[in-house]
Design a protein around this ligand. Structure first.
Ligand SMILES: Cc1ncc(C[n+]2csc(CCOP(=O)(O)OP(=O)(O)O)c2C)c(N)n1
Ligand SMILES: [Mg+2]
Length: 558
């Protein structure tokens, strides 16, 4: 979040305040909050906003996408890759709805994405006259999608509402926010008295009694387990330190991958994480819903659960925890480490290495996926960002791809929305031009946003996109084969020639027929820094990963 500046004295009304349009005031406020890019798709409702973006020049790069979902996902990818708030803007009605899956995903992932959404003229809102892009109760629709939303009604409100939105995105459970503004308000100008200075979100004070209680339980725990979620991504150093102190394994699946380096034998994913859950006497959840543990694997009286969560409502959703610590994971973990009595625990390295090897031999069932993941890992640098998709290689990556650093494994969380990957990866790459970004997709998911190849070309975004082409919604197809007597429906796909398709946009493209060819192609792709590369990998059906993901209870009422 932006650094706290000293509160500025309000400009006395006698001093001539500069005249600004609402759009100019909003853009100035974005700049004050550290925004240097806006992902966008323009239209008449937002023209004065775009004019303000034009006038902002180099300070704010306007990155236009080819569909509003692309703009939304790019902002999401940029937010996930940087941990900083990001902004997108689209027209009302269809523009808003086109971006809604990205907003929904941002909500599920607690990602700070601010949508600036147009509106019909202020006086016409709610009258149903049939204005361009009119939608019934747009504000009500938005309210269901995000926790903070408001309408800017005049130039003087813009800066304060932008500041409020940034505060809301960073307070409690992080997440997206939306500001609407009517077509006739963006361009209206008035003296704008003062720019609201950024102010950091208020962190709740750390509950020292809860720290003491958690430290006591963890110190006494014989088989502690830490479960890291998306909320632990910015507390990697603290989780790592605590894991070493306690010799506690750290389970990360999907959003928690990379919090503890996969090379540490205490770093686990599924299915070993479930085994450890079954044995644990204390589980410490850090920024995680503990969804699989609490709702699938089971709880009982022999398990004490400690929760660290930014959202005060989260810890008790499924079952009241033994201890709840509310706030940002990083400072809370720091306090917890200080409060832990010093004492050395016997190292678990040998035990964990053996168990990791045993789990790995079970996972060898996924050999075809593993071979491709090994090729990817061999070429993607340690700090390179892998963007996951709802595809066979993605499911396996969540279990098996070694991840070395936080925020280098972007996975869509519980929405698991097919088609998010390519455009999200473009946003990640745009916001982090210093590291290579790799997007994987199936042939099904890729065509959701493959039109954004045009965006990658236009804005020279050097993304490497690998498309695993099995000619099917393969996951759906396999379920129909196995569970529905091979009654195949709506799962076989007609595809373009992917390399030629990408080349028609001007992108570099090639076909890799096996893991070795994929490695060579990735090497070439990562060298190219002036535009995208598509690599198609033709594949056949792959073994099912689901027995390692949807697993039965290990404790409680089995
Ligand atoms: C938005 C959305 N729509 C539909 C689905 C259901 N779904 C899950 S996997 C899948 C097929 C994926 O096909 P593809 O991208 O080719 O990957 P493959 O399984 O073939 O590797 C579908 C349709 C979903 N997860 N999200
Ligand atoms: Mg497929």
């Amino acid at each position: 979040m932006p650094k706290l500046k000293q509160p500025m004295a309000k400009t006395p009304s006698s001093v001539a305040a500069p005249r600004m349009t609402t759009g100019e005031a909003a853009v100035a406020a974005l700049v004050a909050h550290g925004i240097d890019a806006v992902y966008a798709l323009p239209g008449v409702h937002n023209d004065p906003l775009f004019d303000a973006l034009f006038k902002a020049g180099e300070r704010v790069r306007t990155v236009h996408a080819r569909h509003e979902q692309g703009a939304g996902y790019m902002a999401l990818g940029a937010a996930l890759a940087t941990s900083k708030p990001q902004v997108y803007t689209v027209v009302p009605g269809p523009g808003l709805l086109n971006s809604a899956a990205a907003l929904l995903t941002a909500y599920g992932m607690n990602a700070p994405v601010l949508g600036l959404i147009g509106q019909i003229s202020q006086a016409a809102i709610g009258r149903g006259l049939g204005h361009l892009h009119e939608i019934r109760d747009q504000a009500g629709i938005i309210e269901r999608l995000v926790d903070f939303s408001a309408r800017i009604r005049e130039p003087g409100e813009a800066a304060a509402l932008v500041a409020e939105a940034f505060r809301a995105m960073a307070s409690g459970r992080r997440g997206p926010a939306v500001l609407e503004c009517a077509i006739d308000v963006w361009g209206r100008s008035a003296p704008v008295a003062s720019l609201e200075p950024p102010s950091p979100a208020q962190e709740p004070p750390i509950d020292e009694d809860a720290i003491a209680a958690a430290a006591k339980r963890l110190a006494a725990a014989k088989r502690p387990l830490i479960v890291a979620g998306g909320g632990a991504q910015d507390a990697s150093a603290e989780v790592t330190e605590l894991s070493r102190l306690l010799q506690a394994p750290v389970l990360g699946y999907r959003r928690g991958r990379g919090v503890l380096d996969s090379r540490d034998p205490l770093s686990v994913t599924l299915p070993l994480g479930r085994e450890l859950w079954g044995e644990a006497d204390v589980v410490l959840g850090v920024g995680s819903r503990l969804f699989y543990g609490l709702t699938h694997w089971g709880i009982d009286n022999d398990l004490a659960v400690i929760r660290i969560d930014a959202d005060p409502d989260e810890p008790e959703r499924v079952a009241k925890p033994a201890v709840a610590l509310i706030g940002d994971a990083k400072p809370i973990l720091r306090r917890l480490i200080e409060a832990l009595p010093v004492g050395k625990r016997p190292p678990r390295r040998t035990e964990m290495e053996e168990r990791q090897a045993k789990t790995r031999s079970r996972l060898d069932k996924l050999k075809p996926q593993i071979a491709f993941l090994e090729a990817i890992r061999a070429e993607l640098p340690e700090d390179g960002i892998f963007v996951d998709e709802v595809t066979q290689i993605g499911f396996a990556a969540r279990l098996l791809l070694p991840v070395y650093q936080p925020r280098t494994f972007l996975s869509p969380g519980y929405q698991d929305n097919l088609g998010w990957g390519f455009a999200t990866a473009l946003g990640a790459q745009h916001a982090r031009p210093d590291v290579p970004v790799l997007s994987i997709s199936g042939d099904g998911g890729f065509l959701f946003t493959s039109n954004e190849l045009a965006t990658a070309m236009r804005h020279r975004i050097p993304l490497a996109a690998v498309v695993f082409n099995d000619g099917a919604f393969g996951n759906v197809r396999r379920i129909q084969e196995e569970a529905y007597g091979n009654r195949l429906i709506a799962c076989d796909l007609a595809n373009p020639d992917f390399p030629r398709y990408a080349q028609s946009f001007g992108a570099a493209a090639e076909r890799a027929r096996d893991p070795q060819e994929l490695r060579a192609a990735l090497k070439r792709a990562f060298k190219r820094r002036d535009g995208p590369t598509l690599i198609e990998v033709p594949v056949g059906p792959m073994p099912s990963p689901w027995e390692f993901i949807h697993m039965p209870p290990v404790r409680g009422q089995r």
